[in-house]
Design a protein around this ligand. Structure first.
Ligand SMILES: [Zn+2]
Length: 63
């Protein structure tokens, strides 16, 4: 048995299905692109947090 202890916060999705890995990567990219600028999303123009960034937050399990 090999010990593969993962520190909390590290993202090592080796044991996740590819669909989940892709979804998480997409969510991460969305969060990077949908940014708050004076209370609005720079990409959608919606009041921040915009729908897309909130969905991405959910996907990543953000608080
Ligand atoms: Zn947005």
């Amino acid at each position: 048995m090999s010990s593969t202890a993962t520190p909390a916060g590290a993202t090592t999705p080796d044991h996740f299905p590819p669909e989940i890995v892709t979804m998480l990567a997409t969510a991460r990219a969305e969060i990077d692109r949908h940014l708050n600028s004076g209370g609005r999303c720079v990409l959608c123009g919606e009041p921040f947090p915009c729908t897309r960034s909130r969905l991405a937050d959910l996907a990543l399990g953000a608080p």
